[in-house]
Design a binder for this molecule. Structure first.
Ligand code: SF4
Length: 305
């Protein structure tokens, strides 16, 4: 059984070539591990004991196979605002405990990588510096990005008014992302330009080396855009991925109206090496050392030495 939230390969044919990164809550066939270099598990961090027990079980096996295991904990604020956003009393203490326990585990397992994922909302814009400081002190990577309103993956279109940013929120985000802290982030440059201009400009290779599978089996070329191209419980992945519907949709990738405001943070790592002109132009516009630091910061060196 194989139930990822999303899968990424490093080639135009993600089905027949080696899959390199798996993000989600997977039940993985052991044979598949041979093809992977990294497994990423997102969690809200509330079930501390369960997360730790699972992590303790898999880490030795993954270490033997030279696989990195990444746990990404959702953190919307440091303290009470996190509980308020999650609508769960005690959520902050639980996620904090999970993170501290994982950090203790990391000492024996350098293949355990821990990160924070923060979705910026009007209610937590003022919390961003605290979150970044929390991460820095503990050696955690961060994925901090504004909320996306979509009928796709996040199913939140009816809350658009409550999620709308005011000019003061946008100013605060620009100041945050423009700080020294994000020196090596490709995403922050794209974000700052977007926040200033209102139009996102970035490469996207959804449907080429990336696709998203919802827990009910629906397969999407882009996680943000409906409809799905079919369900993997009823059809083979190859059939869906190379269907006429998928091919039609693939031709519009990067040109949907949604693309103009797409702040999805995780997909650039797949787009940059495949849509090579953007990455090449970065190399030319940066000095070699800076480019290699960015390459490492984005984790590209895991796929391309
Ligand atoms: S740029 Fe467009 S196609 Fe790509 S992830 Fe964003 S919304 Fe989807």
């Amino acid at each position: 059984m194989f139930k990822p939230d999303s899968i990424a390969g490093n080639n135009r044919n993600p089905i027949s070539n080696r899959m390199r990164a798996l993000y989600g809550n997977p039940c993985i066939k052991l044979a598949l591990l041979f093809f992977l270099v990294i497994i990423i598990i997102p969690t809200n961090g509330i079930l501390t004991e369960r997360i730790l027990t699972f992590t303790e079980q898999v880490l030795p096996r993954l270490k033997d196979q030279d696989l990195e295991f990444v746990v990404v904990c959702s953190m919307d604020a440091v303290g009470e605002v996190h509980d308020q956003i999650r609508n769960y009393k005690g959520a902050w203490q639980k996620v904090d405990k999970t993170i501290e326990s994982l950090i203790a585990l990391r000492q024996g397992f350098p293949n355990l990588i821990i990160g924070l994922k923060t979705t910026i909302l009007p209610v937590n814009v003022a919390q961003l510096d605290d979150i970044a400081r929390y991460a820095e002190r503990r050696g955690l990577f961060t994925i901090i990005s504004p909320r996306i309103i979509t009928e796709g993956r996040y199913l939140n279109a009816e809350h658009a008014a409550a999620l709308a940013f005011r000019p003061k929120h946008i100013e605060k985000m620009i100041a945050f992302f423009d700080s020294e802290r994000f020196q090596w982030s490709y995403h922050k440059n794209r974000l700052v330009d977007y926040l200033r201009t209102g139009t996102m400009k970035k490469p996207c290779t959804c449907g080429y080396n990336y696709f998203f599978v919802r827990s009910n089996g629906e397969l999407f070329l882009c996680p943000l855009i409906n409809p799905s191209v079919g369900n993997i419980r009823q059809h083979r992945m190859e059939e869906l991925f190379f269907s006429k519907t998928a091919n039609r949709m693939r031709r519009r990738i990067g040109r949907f109206p949604e693309c103009d405001s797409c702040t999805e943070p995780g997909l650039e790592r797949y787009a940059l090496p495949l849509e090579g002109f953007s990455y090449l132009s970065l190399l030319f516009s940066m000095k070699k050392d800076s480019f290699l630091k960015l390459h490492h910061h984005m984790g590209m060196d895991k796929y391309f030495a």
